[in-house]
Structure formats: C-alpha cells, structure tokens
Design a protein around this ligand. Structure first.
Ligand code: PHE
Length: 334
C-alpha cells in the first residue's frame, strides 16, 4: 500500500527518470513481478485483498508511465528538433504558370479539339526554312517586314522571325492531310518598349488537304475567336504576306465597354489579332506538296500581346523580367 502512495506521488522531469521508474515497478525483475511471485506464500484469508492491491498497483504504475511518457515527449519535441508538432500545418503553395504559357496552352487546347496537333522546330534556323521556302527568295523586299538577327559568321543562319519555319519543316516531313499548330519563341531586331520586344511568342496554324477553301479558314477563325475571347464578331481586311495568297488581317470586335477596351482598340472597337491566308502554291511545291491536288490555309498570331490584353498587364517587358511577385499572380489549370 505504501507503494501505491509512492506511485501516485511520482513525477519526472525527463524520459530517463520515467524509464528508471518503469524498470523499478514493471521491469522483468521489478517489484510487481516480485509481488506476484509472493502470491503463493500469502495466506488464504489474505489472498483476495493482496491480489486486489497488487493489481491496483500494477495498473496505476502502467498508467503513470504512459501519461508521463506522452507529456514528456511533447515538451521535449516542443523545444527540440521537431518544432511544435501541435501547430497547424503550412498550407502547400500552389504553383503559378507564366501568362504566356497560359495563353499558349489555351490556344493549343482550342485547336486540338478540332484535330490540330502541335509541332515544334528550332529557334536557330536556316535561310531556307525561315524565308526562301516561304516564297521569300534572297533580295525579296518583303524580307524587310521582319527585321532579322543573323549569325555574324554565316548569313545562312538566323534566329527565326516566325514559326512559319516550323510549318515548312512539317510539310517537308508529312503528307496531307496536315492539321498542325506551331507555338514557339521568335526573334526580331526591334526597339524594346512597353509594346514590343526583340523576342516574343507565336502560334501559327496550317491546314493542308484536298479542297481546303477560304470559307474553311473563316469558319475556323470564327470558332477560335469565340472560344478564345468569347467574341464572335470578326472582320478580315485584305493584307499581304509572301507565303499566302490571298492574305488577310483578322480583327476581333471588342465592344467598347471599358476604358481598357477603348485603349486596346484605339477607340474603334476592332482589335487586330492575327495574319492569315491561303497557302501560296509556290510554298506548297517548295515543300514537296502538289498544289494541283492540295490547297491549304495558314494563320499566325503573337501571344504576348494577347496575354497583356487578357491579364491587363501594362508592359510587355514584365513578361521576361522574372519578377516572382509578378509571376505568382497567375494561376491556371491549363
Ligand atoms: N508569319 C506571319 C508573321 O509572323 C504570320 C502569318 C502566318 C501570316 C501565316 C499569314 C499566314 O507575321
């Protein structure tokens, strides 16, 4: 009975003290086993009470060890290597996606739904794929439309000015029907400002098959602008590209509800978003496709300005400054 009092009064400051206590009472050679061994020597009349006392002592000792152990574990951990395990967890940070990637992925998604695959090619190109095959032979004045970075030692090697070069590569290596879009970074030797940079991103599209017409092009553009911008009113203005004939510039009607709409569209409500046209027969034959059998359309758009527009970003340079405070603001499931 004296032991019961001792057990009840026991307290400990460390795990080691608890362990010593446990061995003393509950260990193999501990007091409790001794008491149980003693049982057979206890007289018949006393057996009942003796048993009860020893059993009480056992459960008290076990309980004591358990409560002290868990109390001490948590105080040690609280001040020790584990930190405070009872604190709520840090929320897991969601990653962000670059606004240019968000727009690119959206465009890829929209065209993949109507059977376009994705093709890619090198950013360092040769003259043939960037210009000559696209109906822009040497000294063609339209080469000046895209101010080009050349490699100093070799005028044949340049930084691609558009991803039309990827379409050339694709036509050289695949037979119609061809339905492909080519996203990627392109380079032009332009003055850097809030509105333009010496590199930016494009998605160009190409459809080549038997009997592809301008009506197919218009309907595809209509589908795209509705899915992309939620705006279905478009207009095609005649334009010129060496690789398409006829060629057009596509404008989307942007309404004029907000001041941003007004600024983006220079007050007219029409916003230019891409160039397009029917692939010039010369381009098809340059790439090994018979223009007597096949026809096609192509289009190309810059995606950085669309990203600026959709996310109300005031300066194109912010897209390449890698400022984490800027980048963290963009989340997307696409
Ligand atoms: N390659 C053109 C550009 O970079 C865009 C374009 C593509 C125009 C396809 C017509 C057809 O400006």
């Amino acid at each position: 009975k004296a032991h019961i009092a001792e057990v009840e009064a026991f307290s400990a400051k460390s795990k080691e003290e608890v362990e010593t206590f446990r061995i003393k009472y509950l260990g193999k050679k501990g007091l409790l086993n001794e008491f149980f061994a003693e049982f057979k020597n206890v007289s018949k009349e006393e057996k009942k009470e003796y048993g009860q006392v020893v059993n009480t002592l056992k459960s008290l000792a076990q309980e004591k060890v358990n409560t002290l152990k868990s109390a001490l574990v948590s105080t040690e951990e609280r001040s020790g290597v584990y930190g405070d395990l009872s604190r709520p967890g840090e929320p897991i940070k969601l990653g962000s996606r670059h606004p240019v990637s968000i727009v690119k992925n959206k465009i890829v998604d929209i065209f993949s739904r109507i059977g376009f695959n994705v093709s890619e090619g090198p950013e360092i190109e040769d003259d043939w794929h960037n210009f000559t095959a696209l109906n822009l032979p040497e000294y063609h004045p339209a080469r000046d439309m895209q101010d080009t970075f050349f490699i100093q030692t070799d005028p044949d090697i340049l930084l691609r000015t558009h991803t039309s070069s990827v379409q050339v590569r694709y036509m050289e290596n695949n037979k119609p029907p061809i339905r492909t879009i080519s996203p990627g970074r392109v380079y032009r030797n332009e003055a850097i400002s809030a509105r333009s940079h010496c590199f930016f991103h494009q998605v160009e599209g190409l459809y080549v098959d038997k009997g592809v017409s301008f009506a197919d092009l218009k309907q595809t553009l209509q589908y795209f602008t509705t899915e992309m911008f939620g705006k279905s009113r478009i207009r095609l203005r005649p334009s010129y590209f060496p690789f398409t004939e006829p060629s057009a510039e596509v404008d989307v009607y942007w309404g004029l509800e907000t001041e941003t709409d007004y600024k983006m569209t220079k007050g007219t409500g029409w916003l230019e978003i891409m160039g397009c046209g029917m692939v010039d027969p010369n381009v098809l034959s340059n790439c090994g496709i018979d223009p007597e059998i096949y026809s096609g359309f192509a289009f190309g758009m810059g995606i950085d300005r669309v990203a600026l527009l959709l996310h109300q970003i005031p300066d194109i340079r912010m897209l390449s400054e890698n400022d984490i405070r800027f980048l963290e603001q963009f989340k997307s499931s696409l």
